[in-house]
Design a protein around this ligand. Structure first.
Ligand SMILES: Cc1cc2nc3c(=O)[nH]c(=O)nc-3n(C[C@H](O)[C@H](O)[C@H](O)COP(=O)(O)O)c2cc1C
Length: 242
């Protein structure tokens, strides 16, 4: 099996790189030939996609590994996918099986839903058979370390990547069991408690920094003072009208 693993993050010490390399090693261990390709940065030229297109023209399967940034694929990754789509005619009849791996800081599967749908949409646009997507939560503390060095923070990945590889090696879509097991929270506390704790911490940090978590970022600013809202007795910094 000839596989292209796409690393969909440009961050230094990227957790996506950790996962992509972990996946690559496990695919090689079952006899696959693997190429790893990192999406180019924002100012990429069309030629920067050449290496990926060369491989895509001959590979059996492609897997996109990408983090969730603001509920979606990173902008650089979206741009790379758009670039591949624009040059899809160069791929001739090639239609590799397309798998997705989305991972996020927050543990709940909902965080990764939009990104996985985007990946599915991309596969359909390219005319590639969509083989399903899996998600991993709570990846931030891996902090770019190799999976084997990240202890409990990479335990879930180390347990589940072999399932991912087994489905890929068999030429199957991800099974319902693989999807469900990857989606489990890696933190050994109930998900509801985890969400409550993270939300409380986020609110505390926001208060300390004077940030308004309710502000609608794309709504634009009203003239200063015109639309100040009051929540209880505390004036909020936002100028957004309700
Ligand atoms: C700009 C930015 C936006 C993020 N947005 C989200 C988000 O919406 N939901 C979430 O669960 N995690 C979010 N995260 C956390 C990342 O998904 C997580 O830290 C991931 O491990 C980063 O992977 P990377 O090192 O490959 O960039 C965000 C991180 C960054 C840097």
């Amino acid at each position: 099996m000839n596989v292209l693993v796409i690393d969909g993050s440009r961050r230094a010490k990227s957790n996506t790189g950790t996962i992509a390399r972990g996946l690559e090693a496990r695919l090689v261990a079952v006899g696959a030939t693997v190429d790893l390709w990192r999406v180019p940065n924002w100012s990429a030229a069309p030629e920067d996609l050449d290496a990926a297109l060369t491989k895509l023209a001959v590979c059996d399967a492609v897997v996109l590994v990408a983090p969730v940034y603001l509920d979606e694929l990173p902008a650089v990754t979206q741009r790379a996918l758009e670039g591949l789509y624009a040059r899809r005619d160069e791929l001739g009849e090639s239609a590799p099986r397309f798998y997705g791996i989305a991972h996020s800081g927050f543990p709940e599967p909902l965080q990764r839903k939009a990104e996985l749908r985007t990946m599915k949409f991309f596969a359909a646009s390219m005319g590639w058979p969509w083989q399903g997507g899996v998600g991993f939560g709570g990846t931030s503390p891996i902090d770019g370390r190799p999976l084997e060095e990240a202890g409990m923070f990479s335990k879930q990945l180390r347990k589940c990547l072999p399932l991912v590889v087994a489905d890929m090696a068999a030429g199957w879509p991800f099974s319902a069991e693989t999807v469900a097991r990857c989606d489990r929270s890696p933190f050994p506390i109930p998900l509801k408690v985890m969400i409550w704790t993270v939300n409380a911490r986020t609110r505390k940090t926001a208060r300390a920094q004077g940030l308004d978590l309710e502000a609608r970022v794309y709504a634009g600013e009203a003239p200063a003072g015109e639309c100040r809202q009051e929540v209880g007795a505390a004036p909020r910094r936002s100028h957004i009208c309700p």
